[in-house]
Design a protein around this ligand. Structure first.
Ligand SMILES: Cc1ncc(C[n+]2csc(CCOP(=O)(O)OP(=O)(O)O)c2C)c(N)n1
Length: 511
């Protein structure tokens, strides 16, 4: 057997042994030993293989698959800039704690620094964002056991010039046991921080399903007011009804954050209010604030010893329905309508920028969506269609709600559609003609139209031809018309066209 075949077989055996069941292949010459050996045995070992030509898209798709089950998913690339294309998804995976596994094929180590074609510096190229292995011999794979499994793992494999004989048809999964440094916070610390709850606001970021029950129990018992990101799964919780604060709450005197870093404006404002104590309880080791604050890192939300309280009776900032009724053609009102049209049991993926903020603000409380996902690790607008497609695997029905620039960023992702499980997939593009979140930012809102064309990338593009290119059905939803019928078993793009003047009026009325 050739050295390449031995290395490829050993690497695949270790990856399968780590629990990787999904592989996304971006084929090239240098990773041919790996790709051909994988294809030779994937069926026998129950492994799923998908492919894409664009490594950036493939990596985000792998991220979505890995987010679904919080299980490692590998993306295989050839050498050179192909490997560099993985960085954005690796960064997102690092901050959101997703076990994405980039596997990059490299030239032999002796080529480093030579500038030979497609020979770049790949060893450790993802810097702090991945636990990195640079492997020339199968023995180098032993260090896989040092990976903690809660953030990316980069395996860089050095292959000699590939040949047809490099296809390994005999490799087998080799169990690898990794050390997970499980951490469990002490509920007493949370109880000591919250005290009697005076002036406290609880802010919920993304909660993994395993956290939700315990967090809900704590909140029900405590009676504290709560601002809940849709991705917490508790925003529409019946048990918390009347205590969920919608919109931007006034500054509290103390903040307990649970789960991921929230998209709330108030959270960013806390940077300027260093005197307001903040405690974060999170699976990831990030306080989410650059100022001083306290952090408890834990795999599960602990039981918090609290006395049953009367329930919160402060002045709720519950948003009333009036602004939506007054401005039914505005973007937030359309998002509210959309939330009523999406079935409760569907998976919902919210794109960054306005979609996640508008959904948090406007989604109807009487139409619960406990299964909302987003990519809030690094808040990128890149790779969102691909991440959604990864998350939609195995789902009967899934909906993405994305901005127009966000969609334009990821136009080639639907090349994956023919490789996915059957299911109803709907992509709603909120087409407001550019990056309109910047019209909501004080630093950019007042610019003259000519300059806004630059800062917001204003455009008049439509998405019908995009849908047609990839065989997706298309529905236009102008603000003046009711939500269109969206039926059928496949993919549908719904292009929403909010009314600009009404959207401005909506936001002006909320100031
Ligand atoms: C990869 C990346 N580049 C740039 C940004 C900065 N950014 C945040 S929102 C945004 C505009 C998004 O526009 P669009 O998708 O149309 O959504 P809208 O703002 O209209 O809701 C940009 C460029 C980012 N978050 N991620």
């Amino acid at each position: 057997m050739t050295a390449n075949a031995i290395l490829a077989g050993a690497a695949l055996g270790h990856l399968a042994g780590l629990g990787v069941e999904d592989f996304v292949v971006c084929a090239g010459a240098r990773n041919a030993p790996l790709a051909t050996s994988l294809l030779a045995k994937c069926r026998d070992h129950g492994l799923r293989v998908r492919h894409h030509f664009d490594e950036r898209t493939a990596a985000f798709f792998a991220l979505g698959l890995a987010k679904r089950r919080l299980a490692p998913v590998a993306v295989l690339t050839t050498s050179g800039t192909a490997a560099a294309e993985l960085l954005p998804a690796v960064v997102e995976a690092y901050y959101s704690g997703v076990p994405l596994v980039p596997v990059t094929a490299d030239r032999p180590a002796s080529w480093r620094g030579s500038g030979a074609p497609q020979a770049i510096e790949q060893a450790g190229m993802f810097g702090p964002y991945a636990f990195a292995l640079d492997v020339s011999e199968p023995t180098g794979l032993a260090r896989l056991a040092e990976w903690e499994g809660d953030a990316p793992l980069h395996v860089n494999l050095c292959f000699d010039e590939p040949r047809a004989e490099d296809r390994n048809e005999t490799w087998k999964p080799a169990p690898v046991s990794i050390q997970r440094n499980g951490t469990r916070a002490d509920g007493e610390e949370i109880a000591a921080f919250t005290g009697d709850g005076d002036g406290l606001l609880v802010v919920l970021g993304e909660l993994e399903p395993g956290w939700r029950e315990e967090v809900e129990r704590f909140l029900v018992l405590s009676g504290f007011p709560v601002w809940a990101e849709a991705t917490s799964g508790l925003r529409e919780s019946a048990a918390l009804a009347g205590r969920i604060v919608l919109g931007e709450p006034p500054l509290p005197r103390r903040v307990l954050r649970i789960g991921g870093v929230p998209s709330l404006r108030l959270w960013r404002d806390l940077e300027e209010h260093a005197a307001i104590p903040v405690l974060s309880v999170s699976r990831r080791p990030f306080p989410g604030l650059a100022r001083d604050s306290a952090l408890l890192v834990t795999d599960r939300f602990p039981a918090v010893p609290l006395e049953t309280r009367q329930g919160w009776v402060g002045d709720s900032t519950l948003l009333d329905a009036a602004p939506f009724a007054a401005h039914p053609r505005s973007e937030p009102a359309m998002v509210r309508e959309l939330s009523r049209r999406i079935p409760s049991d569907a998976l919902v993926y919210l794109g960054n920028s306005l979609p996640i903020r508008e959904w948090n603000l406007a989604a109807a409380l009487d139409s619960p969506h406990p299964r909302v996902r987003a990519s809030r690790g690094a808040n990128g607008i890149d790779g969102q269609v691909a991440t959604f497609l990864g998350l939609s695997e195995g789902e009967a029905e899934s909906w993405a709600v994305l901005g127009d620039l966000t969609t334009l960023y990821d136009l080639n992702a639907p090349a994956l559609l023919t490789q996915l499980s059957p299911g109803r997939r709907r992509i709603v593009v909120l087409n407001n003609g550019g990056g309109r979140i910047f019209s909501r930012l004080p630093s950019l809102a007042g610019l003259p139209p000519k300059e806004k064309r630059v800062t917001e990338n204003r455009h008049g593009r439509r998405f019908e031809a995009w849908a047609a290119m990839w065989g997706m059905d298309y529905r236009l939803w102008p603000a003046s018309e009711p939500f269109p019928e969206v039926e059928g078993s496949g993919e549908v793009v719904v292009e929403a066209l909010p009314d600009e003047a009404e959207t401005e009026a909506f936001w002006a009325a909320r100031k």
